[in-house]
Design a protein. Sequence first.
Length: 303
Amino acid sequence: MQVTSVSVPSLATPASPRPMTAAQALAALKMNSRLKVSIADSAENISASLKDLNLVQAQIAQVNVTNMPAKVNVTSSQAKSSVNLLAKFPDNTLVLNDEFSVLSSNISTLRTLNPKINTMIITPSAGQTKQLISPWDSQLWSKSVNGKFEIQTHIDTSGTATTPGTTTTTTVNVVPGDSAKFVGYDDTQALAINYRGLKVLDDKGMLTGIEAFKGSAINASVSEGKVLTDLFNKYSTEFYLNIRDTSSNISKNIDFIASNNKKIASITQIGNIKPLEITKAQNIKADKALSKMKNAYSLVLIG
């Protein structure tokens, strides 16, 4: 007898045809550990099964919460141990509850899960009146409903300064002396990048200060510069701006630029460079600020 073909059962395991509850998924995976499942269940049931679900997270395609706006409550330590599982949750479904020191020590995990985090509730700890944070993480901490934060960008007694990284203790070298300067301006630049988070913290009354820094200017658009100026003027903080914006935006905001000349280190036109359209009075008022232009410019005096 001649055999022309042999039928071999497929070794592939198809995905579950429909989402299961957490309990159903765990039971099914006991029967078939290679099964791929999706989960749809209440926030309470998912929270109660989180430890067991994490043990089989590789077999879970996604997790959906069926009783939104209910949230899944986790501690910082649970978030760290379950980061791969929690990454499969929808955005804005997690509430983190923990002391600031524990949350801060797991900052790299929080950064990874930032889109998934809806709220952070900071457990008060004895003797801690404020939390020092990097501006790099201001949008993350702005999800807190309590706490007192201070943006740390200053040079400390050991001659180092905080900078964004995988932990809050990452440092960069600085030039020693009375006029110490950052080698880079990662932290100061992060103030502009994350100004929305800073403003949220300030609006909530949870921003206690911004530690002063010297020798490094922030690259910012005019709109960012306005927000940062309003924000920084509330605190005893020295800062300088490198304005980088279109000719049109510089023209429209020439009064702001002129009135904040002392804060401005440079002005650079970007994009399609055009003549600045300002009045004669504005030209006189902005003369010193416009002398800080980094590229050639021309004026069209109006009015």
